[in-house]
Ligand binder design. Sequence first.
Ligand code: UDX
Ligand code: UDX
Length: 481
Amino acid sequence: MKYKINNICCIGAGYVGGPTMAVIADKCPNIQIEVVDINKIRIRQWNEDNFEKLPIFEPGLAEIIKRCRGKNLHFSNFVEEKIKKADMIFISVNTPTKKKGIGAGKASDLKWVEACAREVARNAIGHTIVVEKSTLPVRTAEVIKEILNASQNSSSNESHLCSFDVLSNPEFLSEGTAINDLMYPDRVLIGGENQEAIDSLSEIYSRWVPRNKILETNIWSSELAKLTANAFLAQRISSINSISALCEATGADVREVARAIGSDNRIGSKFLDSGPGFGGSCFKKDILNLVYLAEYFGLNEVANFWESVVKINSWHQKRISEIIVKKLFGTVANKKLVILGFAFKANTNDTRESAAITICKNLLNEGANLVIHDPKVTATQIENDLNINPVNSLGNENSFFNAKAGNWEHSKCINNLEIFNNAYAIVILTEWDEFRALKWTEIVEKMVPPAWVFDSRSIVNTKEVRDAGLSLWRLGDGLGD
Ligand code: UDX
Ligand code: UDX
């Protein structure tokens, strides 16, 4: 037995809710999908006629929106109305790390999830399957169930005729490849108690995902698996980044070390690219969540182990900033530095927790004048992240060398190479393809010698850069300049 799902509502039109619902709509034309969000601007952007202006940039997303929007995929702010109609409701709201109160700095803030559960409880009609899509601490489903059950037994729900099942269905998509990850997932995880509810969700995915890739677990395992997957992935990056420092000290090359260890089947070659430190909305938040859980259960050794993954990441970003200052004769004050890339990875406009934010802030504190270019990140976004107005940024007394804090400006384009005029260094922080094809022989002419290239993503052709007469620092390159 399965419940018949004709209408889906997704609360939260963000990086997870938007692309996930777009793919479900594309694969299930007979299901009506309503994506709702309290943010009016975001919904307006999802309904934009100009597909360049969708709120999220993801390769392949605009094409799906073009195909499905207005047919079986709709974006609106009508939260209550759409909950009423839905047979299945996905909760895809954000769960940031708590800023204050119990668990501040580590635990996830569940206030939005709770608010959604209450909204569902007030408005749902008939039997509704509630699916946790947001990454949540283990046993959150219990909280959601309690709220829903309380309404089932009270008069707060106008209909009085409602019942609920709660499923955990964590999202494993990576930004930049979200559509591909959703179309061809390694696995789909469904945690739950009621087999009929599990079968109903499983049936939706089975329209494009092979059955053997749809894993069923108990609800707590599903919640913990999501946190653990992100913690393991982040751990690999911190591991290889820690080795990059040792490579630089010893004359080894981190790319060669990564290739050598990655050839071992047991280790595997993926997620071994040393970079400026992991960013994104999930890794840090989810590990800190795991740390909080472990501490809560008195497992301090477990907590310390995972916390070190985040600590190494922060240390690594500081280390890169300091190397740049040291190589530029110990000061970047009043020097123009070109920053290439601000997104936390290529092929996304997302900057949440991007290493570029920390590294740019450190360089500004040292008095550098930054010109920042990213093909997808807007000047407004950079301004929000740096929390300093462009060009007329203020002095900062906390600076390492007590220099007056520098300025920054945004550059939309790098094609005419003007951006490189009088620059002392180029710092590559995101692995955008367009940075691979730079004409170094032309760029060097514009810069102040001895000009440097700092490549934290290992994307430049080292020979071309050096042959052009530039000094090159590459992460984890022990035989570098
Ligand atoms: C998601 C997850 O849900 C989070 O748990 C996971 O760890 C990362 O990915 P994401 O889609 O990236 O979050 O978040 P975001 O892009 O901020 O989108 C969340 C949306 O929910 C926002 O548009 C926000 O306006 C909306 N929201 C939030 C609601 O509609 N209602 C609320 O009560 C709270
Ligand atoms: C991650 C998980 O991969 C995904 O499964 C989960 O659902 C959400 O969190 P995302 O944050 O979008 O996805 O991107 P991901 O590709 O994992 O990259 C995270 C960070 O690690 C980026 O800053 C990226 O540049 C960095 N990274 C990744 C490396 O530095 N080296 C690598 O080898 C891989």
